[in-house]
Design a protein around this ligand. Structure first.
Ligand code: ZN
Length: 201
């Protein structure tokens, strides 16, 4: 632990910033200093935005998306096709697909993928809720938009088995997703192509 040149409040800010993905201790220190220097334009508004987010953000009971309303804006959007559900592992993947603007469908966020290594089992994911949504009848196609990793594909196979008795077409992303690739890191064009050229599972 370094001797803090700054007061305890600023050291605390640095420690918290250092926990963000992509920020090590050095960049956290730089970010904290920037915030402190720009406290009127940046630190104040950021603090207000974080407080508002903390107060209002909820997880959608239907799809698992994060929003300030439950059901979320996507589930309530009447212009979207309710017969297609895009299944993703994480909210970050949902956001990536929305950025690509490739499809006007609903989503289902699993909350992760199956992983023997990390001890993630079916009951740890939002799979029962997905089956329930599909069983309600209006869904004609499920697009499994999962990472092209071993765990992602294991999860896709597991879901396909669980859905086999239901009258729903199961498709998955096709071209463009590199093996081992994570959706959140793909450019919008690649992701759009992958979802348009989806194939039967
Ligand atoms: Zn929702």
């Amino acid at each position: 632990m370094s001797r803090g040149a700054a007061g305890p409040e600023i050291e605390r800010l640095i420690q918290l910033l250092a926990r963000l993905p992509g920020l090590g201790p050095r960049s956290a220190r730089r970010a904290a200093l920037h915030l402190v220097k720009k406290r009127e334009q940046l630190l104040g508004p950021l603090s207000d935005a974080m407080h508002a987010a903390h107060e209002r953000i909820v997880t959608c009971d239907d799809c698992g998306n994060i929003d300030t309303a439950n059901p979320c804006g996507i589930c309530r959007d009447a212009r979207r096709d309710p017969s297609i559900i895009v299944v993703v592992a994480d909210v970050a993947d949902l956001w990536a697909l929305e950025r690509s603007a490739a499809i006007d469908a609903r989503y289902h966020v699993l909350g992760g993928v199956l992983s023997a290594l990390d001890g993630i089992r079916p009951e740890n994911l939002s799979i029962d809720r997905l089956i329930e949504r599909v069983s309600q009848g209006d869904v004609k196609e499920l697009i499994l938009a999962l990472n092209a990793t071993v765990d992602g594909q294991t999860t896709a196979h597991y879901l396909t088995d669980r859905l086999a008795h239901l009258p729903v077409k199961v498709t998955r992303l096709a071209h463009g997703v590199p093996v081992g690739g994570e959706l959140d890191y793909l450019d919008d064009g690649t992701l759009a192509a992958a979802i348009r050229q989806r194939t039967g599972f």
